[in-house]
Design a protein around this ligand. Structure first.
Ligand SMILES: Cc1ncc(COP(=O)(O)O)c(C=O)c1O
Length: 349
């Protein structure tokens, strides 16, 4: 292929994380309770669905259900194929080619990817030593959009609310708060979307709702911003089955609560277990934990995968040197993880 054929802004994009080994997945921060039971129930109903017909272009049924849950109008919501699609919609809607997006670092790697595929420039602003926002540096930087996730992936902490507020209140650019793990922290900017003209919050059904395989996410903002995004979004991007599953899942808040409570209880146990092994454990308000093992990160991840447990390696990344991330699992998963790590440590002696 002639290299000139490729758009210059996408030439250095690596393939996304795609492990070829199987095992217990503690590398993707999904829900340890397993698939949301609403999925099976809804899919039974879907057997009689007329799949010859398109969904509604903007997933009106799901937007109506979300509006009921958050006590907002349905037009505050833009629904997409995972919150990843919603992030893409945001850049397609508000970013001109060559404009800059300000991202804290380290954070979710796909944020920079979406900027690049939309021909934007990335300005990374390092988090402080304790992984908090440097809001002064972020406010001093010229940029069209600020994007951060709260809780932050992979560092697992939340940012101070007043720091995020100061980014929003600067007022001259769109600020996106990606709340993929918001249910675990119990903190949100959703109630604030009508108080600001520049705030967009994104959420997903992939984590606390345990529906990552269905690919459902959404943005919430004031009506002006949502109206812009709705017109840009590819019509019909959420399929009919996913929409029906999501509506049913929203009605089953007990399942979400049970998963969040399990994670909150297990977080303490897993943190203690990892600390007892002599590892540095970073504070978490998400459903995953970042830690620094006492042995080489790549050896730990590889040996664990050979023992059938997958965790995610960040150890080669600047600021995350030798760090790895594990999902907080069920009691059994966490005990198995700690015991396998113990085996690896013994084998390394
Ligand atoms: C911070 C963050 N945002 C968004 C996503 C993507 O979520 P979705 O599955 O809804 O595309 C993830 C997935 O891991 C994530 O960690």
């Amino acid at each position: 292929m002639n290299p000139e054929w490729q758009r210059s802004t996408v030439r250095d994009i690596p393939l996304y994380y795609n492990p070829k080994v199987s095992g217990i997945r503690m590398d993707t921060s999904t829900n340890p309770l397993g698939a949301n039971p609403a999925a099976k129930e809804a899919m039974k109903e879907c057997l009689d669905l007329d799949l010859n017909q398109y969904p509604t272009p903007y997933s009106d049924g799901l937007r109506r259900a979300l509006a009921g849950r958050y006590e907002l109008d349905m037009d505050h919501f833009v629904v997409g194929n995972g919150s990843d699609e919603v992030l893409d919609i945001i850049f397609k809607s508000f970013l001109e080619p060559g404009e800059t997006v300000i991202l804290p670092y380290p954070s979710y790697s796909l944020h920079a990817y979406f900027v690049k595929i939309n021909c934007g420039k990335v300005a990374l602003i390092d988090l402080s030593e304790d992984f908090q926002l440097d809001q002064e540096a972020m406010n001093a930087k010229e940029g069209k959009i600020v994007l951060l996730c709260n809780p932050n992936n992979p560092t697992s902490n939340t940012f101070r609310r007043k720091d995020i507020e100061s980014l929003i209140e600067k007022g001259d650019r769109v600020v996106v708060v990606d709340e993929a793990y918001g249910e675990y922290a119990g903190k949100s900017f959703i109630p604030d979307v009508d108080s600001y003209d520049n705030l967009i919050v994104t959420r997903t059904f992939s984590k606390a709702y345990a529906l990552a395989g269905m690919r459902i996410g959404y943005a919430i903002s004031n009506l002006d911003l949502a109206g812009v995004m709705q017109r840009v979004k590819v019509p019909y991007s959420l399929n009919r089955v996913s929409e029906i599953v999501a509506i049913k899942a929203l009605r089953n808040q007990d399942f979400v609560r049970e998963g969040v409570e399990l994670v909150n209880a297990e977080r303490k146990r897993l943190e203690k277990g990892l600390a007892d092994l002599g590892f540095r454990v970073f504070p978490s308000e998400a459903n995953f934990i970042l830690f620094k093992p006492s042995i080489d990160h790549s050896i730990l991840v590889k040996e664990l995968s050979e023992k059938g447990m997958l965790i995610r390696d960040f150890g080669k990344n600047r600021r995350l040197e030798n760090c790895v991330r594990t999902t907080i699992g069920t009691r059994e998963m966490n005990d198995a993880l700690l015991s396998k790590i113990g085996e690896v440590l013994r084998e390394c002696q």
